[in-house]
Write a protein that binds this ligand. Structure first.
Ligand code: ATP
Ligand code: MG
Length: 330
């Protein structure tokens, strides 16, 4: 079977964007692919972090992944920091990556600005895309199911794999990005020029997987649209109408429809917001119910993590060994 890998950073409480962009596709792939789900706790330390909160979030993210349908019998869930090969390979890849290409990473530039400019950013924020390349390449996946915002990072991963293979021998599989057909980049409801992010400063436009129905209704009710009052105001046009298009994609992704079809059934912005609220609440309801059950037994989540770590140490050891040997170590 094909191999797939996807990572989520425990840098905040998971959002609907994380679910629709990445998690859902991975869960659907469990039946026909060998799936690895990583909770990338090391990536959560590239900006200011609180140790107790990081530990707590790492557990919460895993619990939510299980609540979303990740089945530890069929897929492997692991915490990145428990698999030493990740940092081991990252250094080897740093010796093939160029500072110029890392400087071009859009996310680095954005997060550096948020962290207070060049002098206020951690060195790990700069090198993190290389660690992410190691996270991926260690598992030799054919596909990386992620949201559209990760395109540049997966492209870098491919470049580093190709460069390493060409220079030192064929160690790595060169993976393909796999983005969902709709809602690959869900936008912030309060500022549709930005993507919805779990680490956003303001919560107003971010739907969390654990938001209750009243919160979902309020956030969608206040979602930014536009002042268009024409007869075809509800239409999918991401450039001219980012807010409305985002809501259409949201409903389409939640109900398995297309933005155009959703637009046909929603004559007004009010009707569209009502559709969106209902669609989101029905996607979240079963996840929250299951989360409530799982959260009562944190020991069970730790057992899943422990089994995942054992499996991943076995998986990654030979790949790191091959890379070390190829590059001239040992
Ligand atoms: P952060 O703000 O800390 O970067 P994030 O919400 O971007 O958090 P990540 O942990 O960086 O989440 O990404 C986890 C997965 O979720 C990735 O596959 C990413 O592409 C996907 N993802 C994140 N935000 C969205 C979004 N708005 N729409 C679709 N997919 C998304
Ligand atoms: Mg992100």
């Amino acid at each position: 079977p094909p191999r797939k890998l996807s990572l989520i950073t425990p840098s905040g409480r998971l959002t609907l964007g994380n679910h629709l962009g990445a998690l859902r596709g991975m869960v659907a792939a469990q039946d026909h692919a060998t799936c690895f789900f990583g909770v990338s706790d090391l990536h959560a330390m590239t900006t200011a972090h609180d140790p107790a909160e990081l530990r707590e979030r790492s557990r919460e993210v895993a619990t939510l992944m299980l609540a979303c349908g990740l089945d530890p019998e069929r897929a492997t869930l692991f915490r990145q920091s428990e698999v030493p090969a990740h940092t081991g390979l990252a250094y080897l890849l740093e010796c093939t990556a160029l500072t110029g290409e890392l400087s071009r990473m859009i996310q680095f530039k954005e997060k550096r600005r948020q962290a207070g400019g060049a002098t206020g950013a951690r060195a790990s924020l700069f090198t993190y895309p290389v660690l992410m390349a190691a996270d991926i390449l260690l598992y030799r996946p054919e596909a990386v199911p992620v949201g559209d915002d990760q395109r540049q990072h997966v492209e870098l991963t491919r470049d580093l794999a190709l460069r390493f293979n060409r220079s030192y021998g064929p160690v790595f599989t060169v993976p393909e990005i796999e983005v969902p057909p709709v809602a690959a980049r869900l936008r912030d409801l309060a500022d549709p020029t930005r993507k919805m992010s779990k680490s956003a400063v303001s919560d107003a436009g971010v739907i969390r997987l654990l938001d209750d129905p009243a919160t979902v209704r309020r956030k969608i009710g206040r979602a930014v649209t536009d002042s268009d009052t024409g007869p075809d105001a509800v239409r999918h046009d991401p450039v001219a109408k980012p807010g409305v298009s985002n809501l259409l994609e949201l409903v389409a992704a939640c109900t398995g429809s297309s933005p155009e079809a959703v637009a046909g059934g929603a004559p007004t912005y009010g009707a569209l917001k009502k559709l969106a609220t209902d669609a989101v609440v029905s996607v979240l309801e079963p996840v929250q119910r299951r989360y409530g059950e799982l959260a009562r037994d944190p020991g069970a989540v730790e057992e899943v993590y422990a089994a995942g770590a054992r499996r991943c140490v076995e998986e990654t050891g030979p790949v790191l060994y091959a890379a070390r040997a190829a590059i001239g170590l040992g």
